[in-house]
Design a protein around this ligand. Structure first.
Ligand SMILES: NC(=O)c1ccc[n+]([C@@H]2O[C@H](COP(=O)([O-])OP(=O)(O)OC[C@H]3O[C@@H](n4cnc5c(N)ncnc54)[C@H](OP(=O)(O)O)[C@@H]3O)[C@@H](O)[C@H]2O)c1
Length: 220
């Protein structure tokens, strides 16, 4: 389970803002050319910036130095995927600047609302964004190392289409429960088992305190 129902930004609640988890998130961002999220995650996380410094400010300079040594731009580009273009232009991350990959309908809905710091790009002519074409567009912009932070529907589609290479999974030692609210799992919108489970390889397992940090390879 990775969400806590409507209106609650789940990640930091589930992890208890555990510093090692936040450090890992910042490190992954620091190594990436772009951070890719679905619009649902943007909507659920007001006030968030998808940068290393935002999630681990104490080591902001160290992460900036790491990016320089890797030849990366000062910050990873935020990439938002949306079909409807339902983007809150006052969101701090949108004000900060983002690349919005969307449909024609989505572009019509948001192009005139978002600030100049954003670029809106139509991918294909379907009702949804073809994620393979979106990744192709990013590669053409020299955004080669892509980190996705979900959410569950975007991750589900990436796995379904065989577009996710690796998954970094933090197991938090908290029992969250489920009753009335719809609480989403890591992968939503696609049924894989029993017909075609996506089997993965455990590439590394680390423990810090009561938390587990697992890295899986998803492609053969
Ligand atoms: N625990 C964690 O680590 C973690 C991480 C991330 C998110 N979350 C949680 O996940 C929840 C949100 O879940 P979610 O599944 O709705 O998030 P999501 O996958 O980020 O967002 C789904 C939305 O993304 C857009 N989208 C996804 N695939 C698309 C495609 N192929 N083409 C066009 N648009 C596409 C659509 O936006 P439009 O509706 O605008 O068309 C869709 O409604 C929140 O509660 C958030 O806090 C948890």
């Amino acid at each position: 389970m990775v969400t806590l129902g409507e209106g609650t930004s789940a990640g930091s609640v589930i992890s208890g803002k555990y510093p090692a988890d936040r450090f890992l998130m910042a490190l992954l961002r620091a190594c990436s050319d772009a951070v890719l999220i679905g619009a649902g995650t943007l909507r659920a996380t007001p006030g968030h910036l998808w940068t290393p410094a935002h999630v681990f400010p104490r080591h902001a300079e160290g992460f900036a130095g790491l990016r320089r040594s890797l030849g990366r731009s000062p910050e990873p580009r935020l990439v938002v995927i949306t079909a409807r273009g339902a983007i809150d232009s006052s969101h701090v991350a949108i004000q900060h600047g983002a690349l919005i990959l969307t449909t024609r309908r989505g572009a019509d809905a948001c192009r005139h609302l978002v600030p100049d710091s954003c670029e809106v790009v139509v991918i294909g002519d379907g009702e949804e964004v073809d994620l393979a074409a979106a990744i192709h567009e990013l590669r053409n912009r020299n955004l080669g190392v892509l980190l996705t932070e979900g959410g569950p529907h975007l991750v589900g589609e990436l796995i379904d289409r065989g577009l996710l290479d690796e998954a970094f999974l933090t197991v938090s030692p908290v029992v969250a429960g489920r009753a009335e609210e719809r609480r989403l799992g890591m992968v939503e919108g696609v049924e894989l088992l029993p017909k075609r489970g996506v089997w993965s390889r455990l590439l590394s397992a680390r423990r810090h305190g009561d938390y587990l940090f697992l890295r899986y390879g998803l492609r053969a």
